[in-house]
Design a protein around this ligand. Structure first.
Ligand code: NAP
Length: 529
């Protein structure tokens, strides 16, 4: 299948007429064919009009049809075969194994949402039956279900060209909720986006859904992205990327005559707390696990461990020596884009020049372009508390070790941190009391707390939370990974005293969808396997 450089407005492949850009192979700095011309404001308008036209019929598709659609997208992505893998590798510099794994995760994510849609729990059906004889006033019949918000704008992420891009978690959860999706492709991987976009469009056609259920646009964020978020038919936004980009889109969404929610996942340095007994007992092993997590994927994960906090003393010194030695031996890795490499270089350069931090180790130099070297820095708790620059996310394999005088200073550092996606605790039995004392602070700061593991590697499942207080995300009440991500694109509607024939199927008296309802205050037993 040849790449065309065209966008998808519903089922139509159309060329943009704004400035064209090409993907760059970050391993060679060579541009990749074809050029992708940016969409016009009129084309944004067409995609939004089609999405709006599709909304009412798509949102009332049966659970089975919608689940089947998600499964068909997964099939179509798998059918792209090696072509997809090779293009994604060329556009991102990521190794084959990683892209293979990410394709598997993307398809599993779509199938997991299909299972979620079929189970119907997300409809959260609540029924309070009428009590005509209630005194002093009768109670009406009240029934609640969740309905989708409307068309969703999705911004593909640079660091997950499949799992958080055109058919990634935001798209899968929005489609699962019953929302049409208009994707603004990330300029770093337009060819991968085109291949996946066409797979989604084929699934739309195979499932005989209205064409506006899915569109794919190219172009600059400031032009196409802003116009998309400002369009009155768009009702929510999913975004993964920089803090400045996420905040800019939040402002556009808030400035609309009808403001809308933006679910932006932006910036997190994912603190790791090493408690004294664990550090004393297994400093070497902790250093090994830490450096493996830090350097995985050139550190380009939103859950990369960018901050390590521990009590100063000989055990921390042994950990630091072992981690520094491993960082020094880490090979440089190709980063996703020249821009991300330059931002990384600027970030580590600023830390290296920061008088309150010292460089502990730098990884091996690279040979080709855009090769990021791992970096490890150290500072004292007092300095961390005094200097905001030490908290800035450096996207890539860079981390800062903060030495604290005592448990109280560890708590102060935790209290001082911005909101995070994750907080990690390495502890032994003897550390439990100290860890327990820190938990209230960490619960306020992070969306996922983990013990004796590493934050990189985010399971797609029902219990996952990939979210957290600002600036980790723009809305700490939700997650962008896992089945609970569907809740971002839903809102409740209550039906009062509706005749049965007028009620949606999910709310009818005979419970034809066999949903597990909250009926007069009691959760019903599961009715089917
Ligand atoms: P980005 O610059 O935020 O871009 C993400 C998307 O948002 C792109 O489609 C971009 O379009 C659009 N965008 C950016 N600024 C915008 C604005 N002011 N108005 C409207 N749309 C805008 O992120 P990136 O390209 O993926 O990477 C850049 C940096 O983001 C990295 O160096 C890293 O610091 C951070 N990042 C963080 C995470 C994380 O998970 N925490 C993940 C990826 C990246 P255009 O490119 O066309 O402007």
């Amino acid at each position: 299948m040849n790449l065309t450089g065209k966008m998808l407005i519903g089922q139509q492949a159309v060329a943009g007429s704004r400035e064209a850009s090409q993907a760059i192979d970050p391993a060679t700095d060579e541009p990749l064919q074809p050029p992708y011309a940016g969409g016009t404001i009129e084309q944004v308008d067409q995609a939004c009009a089609l999405a709006w036209a599709a909304f009412d019929s798509y949102r009332e598709t049966s659970l089975e049809v919608r689940a089947g659609f998600l499964e068909t997208i997964a099939e179509e992505i798998e059918a792209l075969g090696e072509r997809l893998i090779e293009r994604a590798m060329a556009e991102t510099g990521l190794p084959r194994q990683r892209i293979h794994g990410e394709r598997g995760r993307t398809c599993q994510q779509l199938r997991t949402f299909a299972r979620t849609v079929r189970a119907g729990e997300w409809l959260d059906v609540r029924v309070d039956r009428a009590q005509p004889a209630r005194q002093p006033l009768p109670r009406p019949d009240l029934r609640q279900r969740q309905v989708p918000l409307g068309p969703v704008a999705v911004f593909g992420a640079s660091n997950f060209p499949l799992a958080f891009s055109v058919a990634g978690g935001d798209t899968a959860s929005a489609l699962a909720a019953g929302c049409p999706v208009v994707v603004k492709a990330h300029g770093a991987h337009p060819g991968t986006s085109e291949l996946v976009g066409r797979a989604v469009a084929r699934a739309v056609a195979r499932c005989a859904l209205p064409e506006g259920v899915f569109s794919l646009l190219y172009g600059s964020g400031r032009e196409v992205g802003t116009a998309l978020v400002a369009d009155p038919r768009i009702r929510a936004v999913g975004f993964t990327g920089s803090r400045s980009g996420g905040l800019a889109l939040c402002q556009v969404a808030q400035a609309r005559p009808e403001p809308i929610p933006v679910y932006a996942e932006m910036s997190s340095i994912n603190p790791v707390f090493l408690f004294p007994a664990a550090l004393q007992a297994r400093g070497e092993a902790l250093a090994q696990g830490f450096v493996a997590s830090l350097t995985q994927g050139a550190g380009q994960f939103c859950t990369n461990p960018g901050l390590v906090i521990a009590r100063q003393g000989p055990a921390l010194e042994r950990f630091v020596a072992a981690a520094a030695e491993r960082v020094q031996r880490s090979p440089a890795q190709t980063m996703l884009t020249p821009g991300i490499f330059q931002a990384f270089e600027a970030g580590v350069g600023a830390l290296a020049e920061q008088p309150l931090a010292r460089t502990l180790a730098t990884g091996l130099p690279g040979e080709g372009p855009n090769q990021g070297q791992a970096h490890l820095f150290a500072t004292q708790a007092q300095a961390f508390l005094a200097e905001p620059a030490l908290q800035a996310e450096v996207f890539g394999a860079a981390s800062l070790i903060v030495a604290c005088a005592d448990a109280e200073q560890v708590r102060q550092v935790a209290e001082h941190m911005e909101g995070q996606l994750t907080a990690t605790l390495h502890l032994d039995e003897a550390d439990l009391d100290e860890a327990r004392a820190l938990l209230p602070t960490l619960e306020r700061k992070a969306g996922r707390l983990l013990v004796n593991g590493w934050p990189t590697g985010v399971e797609v499942c029902d219990a996952m939370v990939h979210g957290g207080p600002f600036p980790a995300t723009s809305d700490p009440r939700t997650t962008s990974v896992g089945t609970a991500a569907i809740l971002r694109f839903l809102r409740p509607v209550c039906y009062q005293d509706f005749p049965d024939a007028l009620l949606p199927a999910a709310l009818r008296h005979g419970n034809p969808l066999q949903l597990r309802r909250l009926l007069d205050g009691q959760r019903e037993a599961r009715q089917h396997a």
